[in-house]
Design a protein. Structure first.
Length: 114
């Protein structure tokens, strides 16, 4: 499960970094949050890559603390989406919320099994 999560985060981050404008155009509701910013979107992509890489290194070394540190960005990002739900309603952010919920459930299950 950890392999799938870290691959998902690294690939997602790489895709966001490589094509920030496409990510902005394809992500539902993103334009409602603010105008396009290549710098900011690439920062988000790098955060996903860093989280995935840290999780991968922690899993490879069997270092639970390092692996959990790799989850910091996705967990904080999930909290951000929960705040959006509370402010604007679930329908606004349903797609991102579903992905966040599935990912965080997988993280919790994997961490509990280690």
């Amino acid at each position: 499960m950890l392999l799938l999560i870290r691959l998902l985060w690294v690939v997602t981050g790489g895709t966001i970094f490589a094509g920030p404008h496409g990510f902005y155009d394809r992500t539902p509701g993103l334009a409602m949050i603010g105008p396009y910013s290549m710098h900011f979107i690439r920062d988000v992509g790098l955060a996903f890559v860093a989280g995935g890489a840290t999780l991968a290194i922690g899993a490879w070394l069997r270092n639970r603390s390092l692996a959990l540190a790799g989850t910091a960005w996705p967990v904080l990002h999930a909290l951000f989406h929960i705040q959006i739900w509370a402010h604007r309603g679930l329908a606004f952010d349903a797609i991102a919320g579903l992905c966040t919920a599935v990912t965080n459930q997988a993280i919790g299950s994997s961490a509990a099994c280690r």
